[in-house]
Ligand binder design. Structure first.
Ligand SMILES: [Zn+2]
Length: 318
């Protein structure tokens, strides 16, 4: 029998339930929605989590489509799923947990007697550290972003190669290989000896079908590559960035992009212009370095100095 919260599944079974994390302001018990898929055959354990950031819904779309397709009779090993990690942020579609105004993905490994986010982090980290592989499904928040996978352990980490392999197996096409900030699940789980990555499934608001479909495929790629399911996947070369150039607006107005998301840019290429309301160009911004046009703000209006876009830099493939 394998359990996560109230979900309990014998070999060959699947169950869903709740993982208690405390009580709401009116004293109602709160449990994160969890699933256990216990394969008929022995094998490794995969941990999957979505909505660590409460406004990042594509991962919830992935989980809601992957779990019904998982057949425990065909599975070797176990898949543990936390469908919504940032419970309170999800209720109000906000990035941070509104109970403590904290980003959950800066609080790992958590604290069972800490703030609301630290308690959630502790509860889900206990589940994640039972696994052999960790996938923490994110997206570029509400900005527009390409589909990519982030390797957060850092290049000198003993698990760097393993995390790169997991990112390649997931197979979004792009990988950001850059050490993450403290308290990030993908970094802290790697420190515990578990290969862990953040698939970043696009961006914007609501559900993006293309990114959700890529996430579904990514999870099945991982299940095949690591032997949870029969049949191998052909790993395709990934375009890797090892840095980011961030661009701000030199003037206030409306942003007019000169490049499509995902396009390669060379140093000196026009990236965007800022116009006034009547279309008069006030400023033009060129790429400082070669790279891939990675992320942009969602709304067109900007104040001077406000974030506009990012270019992934130090590009290679692996
Ligand atoms: Zn996120």
């Amino acid at each position: 029998m394998t359990s996560l919260g109230t979900a309990s599944a014998a070999p060959g079974e699947i169950d869903t339930g709740r993982l208690t994390i405390g009580e709401t302001r009116d004293g109602t018990p709160v449990g994160l929605p969890v699933a256990v898929v216990n394969g008929r055959r022995d094998g490794d354990t995969l941990y999957v989590q979505a909505a660590s950031d409460g406004d990042e819904l594509n991962g919830v779309g992935v989980v809601s489509r992957v779990v019904p397709q998982l057949d425990p009779a065909a599975l070797a090993g176990t898949v543990l799923v936390v469908g919504i990690a940032n419970y309170y942020g999800f209720q109000v579609a906000e990035h941070r947990n509104p109970i403590d105004d904290t980003k959950l993905n800066r609080t790992f490994p958590g604290d069972p007697e800490g703030s609301s986010s630290e308690r959630i982090a502790h509860a889900v980290f206990e589940a994640a550290t039972r696994a052999d592989l960790v996938l923490d499904l994110h997206q570029g928040s509400t900005s527009r972003m390409i589909d990519e996978v982030r390797v957060r352990c850092g290049r000198h980490h003993r698990l760097h190669r393993d995390c790169l392999e997991l990112a390649k197996a997931f197979g979004c096409g792009h990988v950001l290989d850059q050490k993450g900030p403290e308290g990030q699940l993908a970094r802290v789980a790697s420190d515990e000896g578990i290969p862990a990555v953040d698939p970043e499934l696009g961006g914007a608001v609501g559900w993006d079908e293309t990114s959700i479909e890529r996430g579904v495929r990514g999870i099945f790629n991982v299940l095949h590559h690591y032997g949870f399911l029969d049949g191998d996947v052909d790993l395709s070369r990934q375009t890797r960035a090892r840095g980011f150039d961030r661009y701000g607006a030199p003037a206030g107005g409306l942003v007019d992009y000169q490049v499509d998301l995902g396009a390669s840019v060379e140093r000196g290429d026009a990236l965007f212009r800022v116009t006034d309301v009547f279309g008069t160009v006030k400023a033009a911004v060129d790429a400082k370095n070669d790279g891939v046009f990675w992320r942009t703000r969602r709304l067109p209006q900007v104040a001077t100095g406000e974030y506009v876009c990012s270019v992934g830099t130090s590009i290679d493939t692996y």
